[in-house]
Design a protein around this ligand. Sequence first.
Ligand SMILES: [Zn+2]
Length: 578
Amino acid sequence: MGNKRKRAGTGPRPYKTERRGGPPRPPFFTLASTRRDFIGMLGAGLLLPARTEPDLILHNGNFITMDAAQPRAQSVAIAGERLLAVGSNDEVRALGGARTRRVDLGGKTATPGFIDAHSHPASAGLSHLREVDCDLRSISAIQQALRERAAKTPAGQWLLGFKYDDTKTAENRKLTRQDLDAVSATHPIFITHRGGHTAYVNTRALETAGIKEDTPDPPGGQFDHDERGRLTGGLREQATGPFRRLIPSAATREDRRAGVALISQMMSRTGITSVHDTGGGPDDLRAYQDALETGDLRVRVYCFIRQASLERMISAGVRTGLGNEWVRVGGVKLVCDGSISERTARLSQPYIGRPNDYGILVTEEGALYAAARQAHEAGWQIGTHANGDVAIDQTLRVYERLQREMPRRDPRFRLEHCTVVNDALIKRIKDLGAIPTPFSTYVYYHGEKMREYGGDRLNSMFALRSLLDAGIRPTQASDYPPGPFEPMMALQSEVSRTDIKGTVWGPRQRISVEEAIRVGTLNGAYASFEERLKGSLEPGKLADLVVLGRDPFQTPPNELIKIPIERTMAGGRWVFES
Ligand SMILES: [Zn+2]
């Protein structure tokens, strides 16, 4: 194990195969086709980048590499931001020079850094700075937290909250206008649900936005009313628009930079080294660059651009892939239907207990096609939010049509979430080479919501087993804030399919620890065209890795979440040390 490294003829040869899109590779990569060749070249004194002596050797470790040619190793050598060698203690130690630092991992397990392929870090970071975190266990606790903020907020100014979850409060009901009126009648209050697709407001906010009992619902949205026709303060999907337009987006450039710095620190503590921001815009791109410049960016970012900003980006000559190894322009983000955690995803079969509720389609097919075509023509990757089977079907139809009309080699269409699938949809996903990004932590964290989908349907939801068996490359994806982003929670959720209370949801979709790590590393790199750059521990790739307190292969599935993260490295630098 790990002492010899030979690439099998059929194994991946990431440095020799022809490039198919993605970022340009530095000359470094083209030289090193295998580690053996690479070491050979060191001896031969061939043209190489300046750094061939390792800065750092991590030895005496249990490296889970995700490299099929060498699944386990004891030691890695790092030069600058990259892995120089991966192998046995003896092999790698021999490479060290006088100025090489050495760290003994004491037998600890290390994996490639985790990649969260669907998340909202820039906006979440800003929310953590500016809003009340409503991830609390009772409505009265939420009211108390809001009251404290109200006391420090001038009357008339908006009071904002986020991460509220109706299924996690002791009262076991949704927030009402009256709950929020009891906090303040002088501040308009706007609380977003953890899922991000619904919101809750007080009377003052309704008055400020001019919404009355007889105001018609906007297209793709709904103002909730009680049985007597009175507004409850609940807003669904596009009904949040009239409020969002009034809330001043007073975030300064420094606020945004600080928000990114904060969230990247929170993520790196959990073993994440790369994140795909699946709802960014020009302000967020700038914030990531600003944080990088001040040395505060600890995770690499593949930044999707919201549809609203696409035209600006296209006319500036920008497209997917522009950037560097830390901040790169991702795809365009489109939205097809509602959310899983708020039970608004568009399903072919109704929600359990609500026979007439099939969820909401946010964008009709023609509009989705028009937006997707514009992006496809301009060379952008496309990621469309599609949760329910009806929405996935519609999104696939749009992608299939684009490939018929304007075939592009390797477009890597993405299905964001891709929650409820069936055999026919899976076949089409495979044929198209599309990438699903199912929620990784929902079974574990949002178990109580799964009843509304039903046990049967859960066997076709977050369907990693079926997707992997079909040869598709799904990713790990938190959708934070809607889902927690801790990779160890993702592993437990995906391997055990068991929620916090011990209820099993969709056991047919269980995958192995090995598969879950691959989903969370290499598959995430593939989803951003960066599989030759990261996602496994191989010479020439970025030195992004995480040292764990326990070996997940020796840990019972229901204890994976307890594995401590000891250190996280991104680009050869420790970005977190416990
Ligand atoms: Zn999302």
